[in-house]
Write a protein that binds this ligand. Structure first.
Ligand SMILES: NC(=O)c1ccc[n+]([C@@H]2O[C@H](COP(=O)([O-])OP(=O)(O)OC[C@H]3O[C@@H](n4cnc5c(N)ncnc54)[C@H](OP(=O)(O)O)[C@@H]3O)[C@@H](O)[C@H]2O)c1
Length: 250
């Protein structure tokens, strides 16, 4: 089978877990040299063991632009200039409007919105002309759901950035698109609930709430990311690919 990303350099922020890890594994299978990032070195090391010899792990925090500059320089030094960048790192911070704290607001904004903005800006010196950039949003970017106001707003901002960045980068033929998942089976639910039992209950409830009656597997998002990263999607820019089991439109 021909590989779709043979010898391409791919960076996946937050590639040490969940959707990002599934994308990293798929891209490595498709021949890419893959760099992943995350804050926790131990999780990065475990992920690299799963990705195999095509993987490079770099610790850093996407909410700190100087970390991003260092990460991209390390990628350029070890793997070369970047063909595809997946801006995936994110946190799911939920609370009712009345009790949402300033600290929670700053955390979710700094990682999901500021982090996405600077993840692209700081990559520009080492992004190849013609590169494909994919921003991971969420189907809640277009819905009103209780407890989700700040998180959903950060994901609406991400959707907006794909349009503006594509316009900014037209002269370099860099395409920026949004990949928008509905609920996906990843460790993120445990980060909200704090224990596995409640995380499973939350996942089941979300599956039942979704018209297709299940949550997605991370590999399904990885297949869509591969389409956006490769030349198969060459005519697509500033756009959104929605994989949400019918949640938004049905
Ligand atoms: N799972 C879903 O149902 C779902 C639905 C829609 C959208 N999404 C979006 O998909 C993306 C991935 O979610 P997931 O479910 O795969 O989550 P996950 O399993 O919790 O993985 C999140 C990844 O982001 C990294 N990360 C978090 N904060 C970071 C920071 N400040 N700097 C660098 N890396 C950071 C994490 O590593 P460290 O913690 O070690 O930093 C981890 O690698 C997120 O943007 C999320 O909002 C998820």
């Amino acid at each position: 089978m021909p590989q779709k990303l043979n010898n391409k350099v791919a960076v996946i922020t937050g590639g040490s877990s969940g959707i990002g890890l599934a994308i990293a594994k798929r891209f490595a299978q498709e021949g890419a040299k893959v760099a992943i990032t995350g804050r926790n070195q131990k999780t990065i090391d475990q992920a690299i063991a799963e990705i195999g010899s095509n993987g490079l792990g770099i610790q850093g925090d996407v909410s700190k632009p100087d970390d991003l500059t260092r990460i991209y320089q390390t990628v350029a030094d070890h793997l070369g200039k970047i063909d595809t960048l997946i801006v995936n790192a994110g946190v799911y911070v939920l609370a009712p409007l009345a009790s949402f704290t300033e600290e929670q607001f700053d955390q979710v904004s700094d990682i999901n919105f500021k982090g996405a903005f600077f993840s692209v800006q700081r990559a520009l010196p080492v992004l190849k002309d013609g590169a494909s950039v994919v921003l991971i949003s969420s189907t809640v970017n277009g819905k009103g759901i209780p407890n989700h106001s700040a998180y959903s707003a950060t994901k609406a901002a991400v959707r907006s950035l794909a349009r503006s960045f594509s316009a900014d980068l037209l002269d370099r033929k860099i395409r920026v698109n949004t990949l928008t998942p509905g609920p996906v089976d990843t460790p993120v639910f445990a980060s909200v609930t704090g224990n596995a039992e409640e995380a499973n209950a939350m996942k089941e409830a979300m599956g039942n709430f979704t018209p297709i009656k299940r949550v997605a597997m991370p590999e399904e998002l990885a297949a869509a990311a591969l389409y956006l990263a490769s030349d198969d999607s060459a005519f697509m820019l500033g756009a959104e690919l929605l994989l949400d089991g019918g949640l938004r439109d049905l």
